[in-house]
Design a protein around this ligand. Sequence first.
Ligand SMILES: *Cc1c(COP(=O)(O)O)cnc(C)c1O
Length: 358
Amino acid sequence: MVTQIKISRTKHSRISEIDFKNLQFGSQFSDHMFAMEYIDGQWQNHRIEPFGLIEVHPVSASLHYGQTIFEGMKAYRGVDGKIRLFRPDMNHKRLTDSCIRMCIPPVELETFLSAIEELVRVDHQWVPPYEGQALYVRPVLFADEGSLDVRPANRYRFLIITSPVRGYFGAGSPAVALKAEEKYTRAIQGGTGSAKVGGNYAATFLASCQGRDEGFAQILWLDGVEHRYIEEVGQMNICFVLDGKLVTPPLRGTILPGVTRDSVIQLTHDMGIECEERMIDINEVIDGIKNQTLQEAFGCGTAVVVNAVGSIGYRGQQYVIGNGEIGPLSQKLYKLILGIQRGEVEDTHNWTREVAIS
Ligand SMILES: *Cc1c(COP(=O)(O)O)cnc(C)c1O
């Protein structure tokens, strides 16, 4: 059963303040947001209301104990003018897994999809028109009960906000330099590394700030036991092209199961390229760079689609991959995924979901 969503529209749209030719990432928000509360054992008060500040209980477990999770996806404006979501069912599955891990009551698929679609419909003018741009959709779910007890809360909030974002990866944008991190750890088995949990990200800030000071764009995380096996990057999964095969770390509870990662694996498989999901030793990567059997490396995630890795810093040395620029498979996958999202390339896997604007 789909619950009715009550819609209250703003009287003061901010759409005219947006310069779609000069979008930033994540600092401008559309006119409306979706909200609902979990009270007395059920999600209720489903609504779309003007975007604005909210009141939160000062003793909420999300503020004190970090009981909060989120998701990230995009709505794309196609070449045909239609608006599409990309595999939102996978975001729902991951949200549900994150809910289970953090003892947060899950949200049904129909509620999740209709909330996103209705919100995108109400703010459809905020879906940017140019290639590479999109309306970023950010669901967030957090405890909001006034109790200092260290236990799962009895009350929660679910919000969805949207933000028009630029394409990350304009033509000629440089491949990034990563730092293989040996001191800090992002996740360990049995922890929360495979869930999109707020605290996972705060815990990485110190390493990424130090890396930035040393000239690295992002951190390449290694396993938390030996600091030897490759895990992932910030908000991207990592893939390598090694001896003509696509090689990427396995989902073993310490990395995020990315929607883009899954799509990259399927599309590469469609191209007849062999894919291996396996543990990758950092030394195998460094050796591969040195003897040129490692042809490409790229990060993949919703924000960037595919982002080439130009070099890896490890133990004070910088290792440049190939000529340090975007490789052919990275380029091809970027174009292909963007093409599917924009309705330019046939969607053979039935991944996109149109948001009909009446
Ligand atoms: C969100 C995220 C990803 C990428 O997932 P997508 O579904 O492809 O956007 C990868 N790693 C981490 C840590 C993330 O938070």
